[in-house]
Each structure stands twice: as C-alpha cells, then as structure tokens.
Design a protein around this ligand. Sequence first.
Ligand code: AR6
Length: 174
Amino acid sequence: MKDRIKIIVGDITQLQVDAIVNAANCSLLGGGGVDGAIHRAAGKELLEECRTLGGCRTGESKMTGAYRLPCKKIIHTVGPVWHGGGHHEPELLASCYATALQMAETHHLKSIAFPCISTGVYGYPHAAAAKIAWDTVKSHIRDGKYEGDVVLCCFREEDAEIYRKLMQNQTYTD
Ligand code: AR6
C-alpha cells in the first residue's frame, strides 16, 4: 500500500496524472490559490465548462476536462472554511477526499493528485487537515474503494513533512 501513495512538493498543474483535484469554492468559477493556478494553466475553456455545472456543495466533487493541462481530468472539490472545528469541518474535509476518490474510481482514473485542500485561504490547520487526508486516502486504498495511485502534492515543504511523518507512523499490515 505504501507504494501507492506518493508525497511530493510541487505545482499540481504540472503533474501528468489521470486526475488532479482542485480546491475550489462553491461557485466553481475560479479564485485564488491552487484554483487560480489551475484555471490560468488550463485556459478559459475550463471556466466555460465550469459555468455549466451549477456550482458544487461543500464536501462534494465535480469533474471537468483538463484542457491545456498535462493531466486528463480535473476533479473540483469544495473544502470547508475553518470555523474552529465545531462546524463539521472534519467530516466535510474527509468527504472532499472520499468523493474525489470515488469519482476517480468510477471513471477508471488510475492516478489522482490532491493539493492540501482547505489549508490556504480556508484556514484549516495543516496537521489536522493532513491527518484527515491521510486517513481517508489510506482507508480507500486498503478497502479497495480506489484501485489507482494517489499523489499528495504539497506546495510547501512543511506540508510534505507532516505527511512523511504520518506515513512513517503507519504499520502497513493493517
Ligand atoms: N499546486 C499545489 N498546491 C498549491 C498550489 C499549486 N499550484 N497553489 C497553492 N497550493 P488554497 P483552500 C496549496 O488557498 O484553502 C481559492 O480562492 C496551498 O499552499 O488554494 O481550499 C478558491 O477559489 C494550500 O496548501 O485553497 C476558494 O475560494 C492548498 O493549495 C479558496 O481559495 C490550498 O490552498 C479555497 O481555499
């Protein structure tokens, strides 16, 4: 299982995977952070397709083409805004990872890369978000709910370090 999860530091728009995940907002009409980078790199056709989707609820995911990006598809998900942790933030963040993985599995996408959803503009504490990301990805792979490979694409070295620690603490026999 260890071999199926890769932790990297880099720009998600450059990755040649089947799907990259966008940390979007409910409008799906673009924004700053990774969302802005993805829209800029994909080109204006992405925004045109996003306009047809009717937005997306927090914790859910919707898929589009990737246009000028080297990946095949973009799965847009909407992470929760951090309001202190008592407003269903953990469940909603887990749901972002779960719905994106389900979508990738349904569409036979054999590799998927995630940014650290909600940890930028939306203010989710990095270590808590990483634990949820890690646990959700791990359980999907372990239970056979996602059969492809997962890239955890961090923009900051500090986020990669959190994931490396989580990976080291795993016993891969479970
Ligand atoms: N590749 C990989 N990760 C990146 C990149 C990149 N090119 N650029 C930034 N990150 P954020 P959120 C990391 O703010 O917190 C947008 O305006 C960044 O270091 O992009 O979910 C949307 O439209 C951070 O760890 O997303 C929404 O309105 C992570 O991506 C809102 O921000 C997420 O930071 C969503 O906020």
